[in-house]
Design a protein around this ligand. Sequence first.
Ligand code: HEC
Ligand code: HEC
Ligand code: HEC
Ligand code: HEC
Length: 482
Amino acid sequence: MSSNKKHDKHHHARDEKGHAVRLPLWAGLLLAAMACVVVVLLGLLAVSIMERRWEAQRPSMVLKPLDEWETDNAVWGQNYPCEYETYLKTKITDTRTKFGGAFPRDYLDEDPRQVILFAGYGFSKDYKQARGHYYAVTDVTKTQRIKKPFNAATCWTCKSTDVSRLMNQMGPTAFYAANFHDLAGEIKNPIGCLDCHDPQTTVLRFSRPALQEGLRAIGQDASQLGLQQMRSLICAQCHVEYYFKVEPANYLVFPWTNGLTVEGMVAYYDAIDFVDYEHLISKSPMIKAQHPDYELYSTGIHAYRNVACADCHMPYRSEGGVKFTDHHVQSPLLNIANSCAVCHRWSEDEIRARVEAIQTKVADALILAEEALVKAHFDVAAAIQAGVVDAELADVRKQLRHGQFYWDYISASNGRGFHSPQESMRILGLALNEAHEARLKISQLLASKGVAQSVQYPDITTRKKATDVAATFVEGTGIPLL
Ligand code: HEC
Ligand code: HEC
Ligand code: HEC
Ligand code: HEC
């Protein structure tokens, strides 16, 4: 019976006609023994290759034990020269892509509308593109947005390896509540190894409590995360939306309890009446978006297909037979061959063109939203000039608060929408809708006051002009708009 063959446990070979023949037991054993020898030889070869690679990278083979709170990246660098040397390349500041790169692009020079949108807040005075991790301490120290005296040491949280050392000494609550300038003497080392790695094992490890608290708020157990999740969440320690609580003082919180959507965050901020600044021109209670990179990314195709931040921003790299993780965290468009092209079989030019096409569309929609929001702020100011009172303007101001947060959620996110093109366009649609609804209501309010003429929008085509226009609202009701 043919079914017998299935249950035949003897070793098989085939004769010339392809029929199975039975081999004696000794032959089977011999074959098995030969196979073992081959496996052992291959194993030895692999070990010798690995050792040579290991030696190439770490000539002494003796790793210097690292202190539990080793904040100095150079000390780690003695053990891990490839990672350290590529990390040091985050010093480079002259790279440019169409919408990104590490050069300190000045957003206000390029787009004076933002002077109006942030009127009454530090971002209308100083707003530059982020650059490499190496500069985190320098840049936060120099920014015009932080004035003396400034109490929130919280601003150090995403800048330095010294933060986890200090949090360990002081406890996070006391750290956040401290004065920014009082801790300046303690904070020397920029973002680095200790922020992402356990010094004993180098496995990825969270160093910031805010992310762990945020994950807990959405019911995720930080100890149960897989490596691929860690390769994104390690960045989410800093590349997220956040705010400072009033009580405990300046405590850093991710507004995640209603979910990681933009609507969830707006609902969160509304529920606690959170306000970053009162808008100088429309007197609306505004919220500034930070840089919700992780949240926006998590709505995109790459997150859906389990591609992590590190896959694109820290791809593998080979040098002299050593394969390691490239620690030059930067725009992947400056390293397409190692990042995107590993998965996408398109030419480099095609990949770049594809990214720029997505980004250009998002950038166009951003400008449309800005134009509408800028006009809406002036419309409210015109209504005030026409004698419309605060009580009548509450709804409109709330729409401006929401609309501008939607716009800013995409504007302040890194990558110009690439991380999640469809969600970016949807959110910009929400922004435009809020701005237009607000403007419609204002025109009705103006009509109810018998104002027939349309609002005369001032010239804000340069940074200087926009700044001068905003300045007229510091005292009084600003330049005449009707
Ligand atoms: C599929 C690849 C990919 C993934 C995954 C990815 N990014 Fe990006 N990222 C890009 C591209 C492409 C850009 C646009 C770069 C440019 O415009 O020069 C970008 C831009 C950025 C920038 C701005 C860089 C610059 O020079 O302007 C930051 C910061 C960033 N991403 C952080 C993240 C974080 C954090 C994550 C994970 C939450 C992430 N990215 C996931 C591809 C990716
Ligand atoms: C922003 C987070 C981040 C920082 C800062 C960082 N690393 Fe890493 N590192 C990673 C990620 C992500 C990987 C890949 C981990 C994986 O896939 O297992 C990695 C991998 C490594 C590895 C494993 C070998 C390899 O190359 O894949 C070593 C060793 C290492 N890093 C050392 C360092 C040193 C030394 C520094 C400081 C100079 C540093 N890292 C800074 C995120 C970081
Ligand atoms: C400890 C906080 C922290 C962590 C962790 C962190 N970043 Fe950053 N990142 C920053 C800050 C702050 C800046 C802006 C630095 C500046 O402009 O001085 C920045 C800038 C960047 C830039 C812009 C650099 C350029 O050349 O355009 C990229 C890209 C980036 N981060 C990606 C990542 C990725 C990917 C991860 C995770 C692997 C990550 N970051 C982890 C805080 C962090
Ligand atoms: C680890 C693999 C991986 C890496 C690295 C990667 N991608 Fe992707 N990418 C994917 C997958 C998977 C999809 C989904 C495609 C699908 O489902 O058919 C995707 C989709 C895309 C799409 C959307 C295609 C479409 O129109 O539906 C674009 C554009 C894209 N990737 C660009 C990039 C760029 C640019 C980079 C580098 C910055 C990059 N990818 C890096 C795996 C990757």
